[in-house]
Design a protein around this ligand. Structure first.
Ligand SMILES: [Zn+2]
Ligand SMILES: [Zn+2]
Length: 344
């Protein structure tokens, strides 16, 4: 008899259950991986609420996955049972112009493992071996679970160009905003201001090294930020991506400065002050996910101790309590919520 495994099934935020299904079998060039830790992402709760433009319900989540190789399929023998790994969930075609230029994070046929395919919030899962990275020695599974969430900020920060000595504003102190803060600091930013509506999140940003944390709803936000940074910001990272935040970004950024849109925008049209964008030569650039290079940077950042894991990982739940993990993840006082898997 084939082994039965547990796998999380999300129909809505209120309907998150565990399904029992036969264990998947690795095909050629695939690995069968036993999950140890898997993160709940903002995109997961967004999808469960029915708001994610690219994730259809029901779905089987889990793209921030850490595990141990159980079986290496034919052609995947570079890995061996027992290897500790993290997955890089972007599944790309390898043929389109974007893939051929190395920008496979924006592949024309991009699918995300655990978003458009069954994910790793399960006892076992299969994935192509080329979508897997070995975990460096000395890195814990909990730390490894932060590599994927950190890789997006690392990619976003790289898009902003050389940050050495520059001034930065990060709009939004959720998990992505806090990790943008850490990545920007590591990239040499001189002064960083973080904004958020919630005092608890502003305090956390300060503990994680922000020079200033400002209330996002302050009517004189630009004045406060200018005072803290000594002038308009060289770079603004918009981790909120709503009408108000992009308006703040165009207000806060210096002439010739850069706005990086990191948050997932609402579907449809978001107004932007095009007159200011043109007149001030403001560059607005989007950023999506990451590539392997960003993973390697994120791993070395974590290995170097630059990320205070205890400030980022605020709750963990066993697999059978996945519904509770999702509910906790919606709480704005939480940062990163993890699900741990110990086998059936
Ligand atoms: Zn994620
Ligand atoms: Zn492609």
């Amino acid at each position: 008899m084939t082994e039965q495994i547990r796998r999380v099934l999300v129909r809505s935020l209120e309907d998150i259950t565990i399904e029992e299904v036969p264990a998947p079998v690795p095909g050629d060039d695939e690995l069968l991986i036993r999950t140890t830790v898997v993160g709940v992402c903002g995109s997961d709760t967004h999808a469960a609420a029915g708001h994610h433009p690219f994730v259809d319900l029901p779905y089987r989540p889990g793209h921030e996955a850490v595990g141990v190789v159980a079986v290496a399929g034919k052609g995947a023998e570079d890995f061996a049972p027992g290897d500790r790994v993290i997955i890089e969930p972007n599944l790309y075609c390898g043929r389109c112009p974007q893939c051929r230029s190395g920008r496979y994070n924006i592949c024309q046929e991009l699918k995300v493992f655990g978003c458009q395919t069954p994910g790793a919030m399960a006892d076992l899962f299969t994935i192509p071996a080329d979508r897997v990275h070995r975990i460096p020695d000395g890195m814990t599974d909990i730390e490894a679970a932060l590599v994927e969430p950190l890789a997006t900020p690392v990619h976003a920060v790289a898009k902003a160009g050389d940050l050495t000595g520059r001034t930065v504003v990060v709009l939004g102190a959720g998990p992505i905003g806090l990790l943008v803060l850490a990545a920007a600091r590591h990239a040499g930013a001189a002064k960083i201001a973080v904004t958020d509506l919630l005092p608890g999140k502003r305090d956390r940003a300060l503990r994680l090294g922000a020079d200033t944390a400002l209330p996002a709803d302050a009517t004189d936000l630009a004045d406060q930020a200018h005072a803290a940074l000594g002038g308009p910001a060289d770079v603004v990272f918009d981790c909120v991506a709503r009408e108000q935040s992009i308006a703040q970004a165009t207000d806060l950024v210096t002439k010739g400065g850069t706005i990086i849109v990191v948050g997932v925008g609402a579907a449809g049209t978001t107004p932007v002050r095009l007159d200011l964008v043109q007149d001030r030569e403001i560059r607005i650039e989007g950023t999506l996910m990451y590539t392997g290079d960003d993973y390697r940077t994120a791993m070395s950042l974590i290995s170097s101790g630059a990320i205070d894991t205890a400030e980022i990982v605020t709750a963990t739940y066993p697999l059978q309590d996945a519904a509770k993990a999702f509910a906790a993840s919606v709480d704005p006082e939480q940062v990163k919520v993890l699900v741990t898997v110990d086998g059936p």
